[in-house]
Design a binder for this molecule. Structure first.
Ligand SMILES: [Zn+2]
Length: 138
């Protein structure tokens, strides 16, 4: 069984990954214009300011879009088919590419469905995944 590819962690993104290890989802906030975003950047994506700080998300969001993979393009994902890759917008504004832990192979996903943070261990990493608040199952 091969392992999932690991994210590239550098000085800019390190606080994000360390936050997840501590059970917190952090995003970047611009002190100049108030913009919030992910993934981590060196400058504000709205005004290019470097006056940035990390804030903790409440972990609540909504589904913006998703795709469902029926083919594994990496050996480590073969046992997970079909699986979703979902774009979640946090209440604070940043958008996160993630998986929904109770998506039932994508069948339970709905636009604007509310989701809560569900940090999961994957090997020696902690990943920000989400859980549908109200499962739409009949
Ligand atoms: Zn800014």
């Amino acid at each position: 069984m091969s392992e999932l590819p690991r994210p590239q962690i550098d000085e800019i993104s390190r606080p994000y990954w360390e936050g997840l290890e501590q059970g917190r989802l952090l995003y970047q906030h611009c002190r100049s214009c108030g913009h919030n975003w992910l993934p981590a950047r060196q400058t504000c994506s709205a005004c290019l300011s470097t006056q940035l700080e990390w804030l903790q998300s409440r972990g609540q969001g909504r589904i913006v879009s998703w795709v469902v993979y029926h083919v594994a393009y990496h050996d480590a994902l073969k046992d997970r088919l079909p699986y979703d890759v979902t774009l979640v917008e946090l209440a604070e504004g940043p958008r996160v590419l993630t998986n929904i832990v109770n998506s039932r192979g994508g069948k339970a996903l709905r636009i604007d469905a509310r989701v809560d943070l569900a940090i999961e261990r994957e090997g020696d990493m902690s990943l920000a995944r989400f859980r549908l608040v109200e499962d739409a199952a009949p």
